[in-house]
Design a protein around this ligand. Structure first.
Ligand code: VTB
Ligand code: MG
Ligand code: MG
Length: 328
């Protein structure tokens, strides 16, 4: 039975520490294949590892953002029931290897990520694109908006931060679809950090600009990654908006089946992840906020960030695993 303190504030807080094991294990599995050039293999081992650890958690969980539909993803598919089924009913968003290509090339910022939330409190987003904008904590409400131009958003960030525009850095996925956006941001004088993949990390990086050098995330990435990023930002603080890119009838219909009636809706961070949310990410490759997994002669070292929205606690866990059998 949960005590009154934990009951009054949502999820059982012991889970905040428990979920670290889930991402640690996925990250270690993927890290063994860093730089091997085989994205599928790295992804598969991360999925397997995450699933087996997840099934030990004292939860009665359902994957709502996962690896795909049951017929296309044998494990951790949307709708899959996970956990030991003895705990609270929760919804789960996960990406066992966010940035498969990054891992395959051993470039920065691939992560194993998971969010656990009270039932019904995550946006059930289909696997389509999402237009996103995010900034970290400390800005006045509504500093940025998806409906405003990139130019206006960059200027608003500079103004609120009290710096010149050329001291602002925007993180953008390096994709042909962003050619015009990139041109526009460059014209403002702001700097751009182009990333090959990994926009969950890109959004999280806005929360610590002194460390990461990134002030704002803008552009179109995966919708599942958008919900995961919103969950993280809710725990740390910050602002985010997202709009699903439902540009075909098929996508509109698919979204409708998941309960989305307005295809043009702009979701706030709170609408993508409400209620009490736990989030964990373990670095697979070295990154701006998290170290990648280290294999030493007698231990495996992992670096994880775990957080909880109701208390806004952000913990970093650097773990030295000496019983290596659990990673076999
Ligand atoms: C982004 C990126 C992810 O998907 O969300 C991207 O951050 C969007 O899709 O790491 P495209 O690659 O088609 O642009 C990933 O690359 C993979 O999940
Ligand atoms: Mg994945
Ligand atoms: Mg991904």
């Amino acid at each position: 039975m949960a005590d009154t303190h934990t009951q009054s504030s949502g999820l059982d807080r012991i889970l905040t520490l428990e979920i670290a094991r889930v991402t640690e294990r996925a990250a270690v599995a993927a890290a063994r294949l860093r730089g091997h050039g085989d994205e599928m293999a790295a992804d598969q081992v991360a999925v397997d590892a995450m699933r087996s650890e997840l099934n030990r958690l004292p939860i009665d969980g359902v994957v709502v953002i996962g690896e795909g539909e049951r017929d296309e993803a044998p494990m951790l598919y949307i709708g899959e029931e996970v956990g030991n089924r003895e705990g609270a009913k929760v919804d789960i968003a996960l990406d066992p290897l966010e940035g498969t290509t990054i891992c395959a090339k051993n470039l920065p910022n691939s992560l194993a990520v998971i969010a656990i939330a009270e039932k019904g409190s995550l946006l059930y987003a289909p696997d389509v694109y999402m237009d996103k904008i995010a900034i970290g904590p400390g800005y006045p409400a509504n500093t940025v908006a998806l409906e405003a131009s990139a130019t206006d958003n960059i200027h608003a960030v500079a103004r609120a931060k009290g710096v010149a525009v050329n001291q602002v850095t925007a993180c953008i996925l390096d994709r042909p679809r962003h050619a015009r956006l990139i041109e526009e941001v460059r014209a403002t004088g702001a700097a751009i950090r182009l990333i090959g993949d990994g926009d969950v990390a890109g959004v999280i990086h806005t929360t610590d600009p002194d460390e990461t050098g990134i002030d704002i995330y803008i552009g179109i990435g995966g919708a599942p990654e958008g919900v995961l990023a919103a969950a993280a930002l809710r725990c740390i603080g910050g602002q985010m908006q997202g709009r699903l890119q439902l540009n075909t009838d098929e996508k509109v219909a698919r979204a409708a089946k998941m309960g989305i009636s307005d295809p043009n809706k702009i979701y706030t961070m709170e609408e993508m992840a409400s209620g009490d949310v736990l989030f964990a990410a373990t670095g697979v490759t070295d990154g701006n906020l998290l170290h990648g997994v280290r294999f030493t002669r007698d231990a495996i070292i992992t670096h994880t960030i775990v957080m909880r929205s109701s208390s806004r606690t952000v913990r970093e866990i650097k773990a030295r695993h000496q019983d290596l059998s659990k990673f076999d």
